[in-house]
Design a protein around this ligand. Structure first.
Ligand code: GLA
Length: 411
């Protein structure tokens, strides 16, 4: 009798498993590199292999970067059975050989497609071929799929991303699904079921605070993207992240701006996908990208995005709850002049406005608890919260701190 019941349930169990995304692949924000921001369509297997080599040699792999992601324009044609093939001139050895190479380095390989008939770069999209594409990616050994949203006029976004999720599940190889529809259809409301991260904005560009108008769309500087994250933190958490786009660290901004950009991404618990040319990166860029304490803020197991606590003229103060009752704090100077900031801990009631949401919101309690302060970019301790913090912050720069609780006595 028991056997009959179990057998009768089996089909339902496997059917429901088929419809889920692969759980647990992105419990902390994914870290890696992507070809688009620097190389656009000018990519080939030699470049991707060299980047994988550099991820190891630069210490990025050991700092936590895992994914080597090929963006748009790797595609050739579909074969006579409809299976997608890579561009034969640029990827003559095929994607499977590339995946083997990348896996042998202890890294993972990501690829790119689009829910429409064509990708943004005009290559074949997955519309109507989702299951075949997922099978092909699984055969090749792909670990991460960025799925774009060009040429999708008559499609429903949740529907299209659900189809690709189900196709990946059916193909059976665990793949991180990166939803890239630029926030147009509020993916924070449905993306958690379909994928592991979702773009919240249009494309990033390497400037501090600008909009570059391309006619029907714009690309956005760091501060513009930061401001567009307002109201979204409540939707993100382990295995389902807001994605403010791939990074522009090392792509031409000043060192202060790059550090600020990386700190903002760390505070937002954003995916850390580098977008620079690792073959020629400067020591300073390498130091920023591999700063273990800043990465730890981003990867913290609590998985809670920072909130803006206070604004004073050009200065914003952000807090991010961390595990073990620690906090990260960022003082961001958006302006063009140096800013003096003083923060009197005892008079600041820092309480998370959204998490965890059951009446027990994360509370710093600076009036009753003392914390040790670590200045992360300076790599040194900076006293305690016993006395007010007084700092000056350079233009277009941040101060980033980790606060570690030492006692719960009253000051
Ligand atoms: C869109 C995406 C970018 C990039 C390009 C490729 O613009 O948002 O990140 O993938 O397409 O064509």
């Amino acid at each position: 009798m028991k056997t009959i019941v179990i057998l009768a349930l089996l089909p339902f169990v496997s059917l429901s498993a088929l419809a889920d995304k692969f759980e647990g692949l992105a419990l902390s924000p994914p870290m890696g590199w992507n070809s688009w921001n620097t190389f656009g369509c000018d990519i080939d297997e030699g470049l991707i292999k060299t980047i994988a080599d550099k991820m190891v040699a630069s210490g990025m792999r050991d700092a936590g970067y895992q994914y080597v992601n090929i963006d748009d324009c790797w595609h050739g044609e579909r074969d006579e059975n409809g299976f997608i093939q890579p561009d034969k001139t640029r990827f003559p050895s095929g994607i499977k050989a590339l995946a083997d190479y990348v896996h042998n380095k202890g890294l993972k390989l990501g690829i790119y497609s689009d829910a429409g008939d064509k990708t943004c770069g005009g290559r074949p999209g997955s519309n109507g071929h989702e299951y075949q594409d997922a099978i092909q990616y699984a055969r090749w050994g792909i670990d991460y799929l960025k799925y774009d949203w060009c040429n999708t006029e008559n499609l429903s976004a949740p529907g299209a991303y659900r189809t690709m999720r189900d196709a990946l599940a059916a193909a059976g190889r665990p793949v991180v699904l990166s939803i890239c529809e630029w926030g147009d259809n509020k993916p924070w409301l449905w993306g958690k079921e379909m994928g592991h991260l979702w773009r919240t904005t249009g494309d990033i560009i390497n400037c501090w605070d600008c909009e570059v108008d391309h006619g029907s769309w714009s690309s956005w500087g760091i501060l513009r993207i930061l401001d567009m994250q307002q109201g979204l933190r409540q939707y993100a958490g382990p295995d389902h992240w807001n994605d403010p786009d791939m990074m522009e660290v090392g792509n031409g901004m000043s060192e202060h701006e790059d550090r600020a950009h990386f700190s903002i991404w760390a505070m937002l618990a954003a995916p850390l996908i580098a977008g620079n040319d690792l073959r020629s990166m400067s020591k300073s860029t390498q130091k920023i990208l591999t700063h273990s304490e800043v990465i730890a803020v981003n990867q913290d197991a609590l998985g809670v995005q920072a909130f803006k606590y206070k604004t004073q003229n050009d200065v914003e103060i952000w807090f991010k709850p961390l595990q073990d009752k620690q906090w990260a704090m960022m003082i961001l100077n958006r302006g063009d002049k140096k800013a003096g900031v003083s923060f009197d801990w005892r008079n600041e009631n820092v309480v998370d406005p959204d998490f965890p949401g059951n009446g027990q919101f994360y509370t710093a309690g600076f009036a009753n608890s003392r914390y040790k302060i670590f200045d992360l970019w300076a790599n040194k301790s900076a006293g305690t919260t016993k006395s007010s913090l007084r700092v000056s912050v350079e233009p277009h720069a941040v101060k980033l701190y980790r606060l570690e609780k030492i006692t719960s006595e009253i000051h």
